[in-house]
Design a protein. Sequence first.
Length: 66
Amino acid sequence: MWRIAEDALKIKGVKEAHAVTGQFDDVIEVEFEKMEDLGGIIEMVQSIKGVLRTQTLITIPPPIRD
């Protein structure tokens, strides 16, 4: 678990990586400008030894309150 998080932190665009409990072993937060950049980051994460599959979730900014 920790090795995957540590390897993920070496990837450009990865802001945080944490080993977690539950359904998944790691949660990785990335920052990117274009969707193409996200695709490249995902490919690099998937190439880390021990990664069997990934699930991508994109956050949506909260509504602006007046």
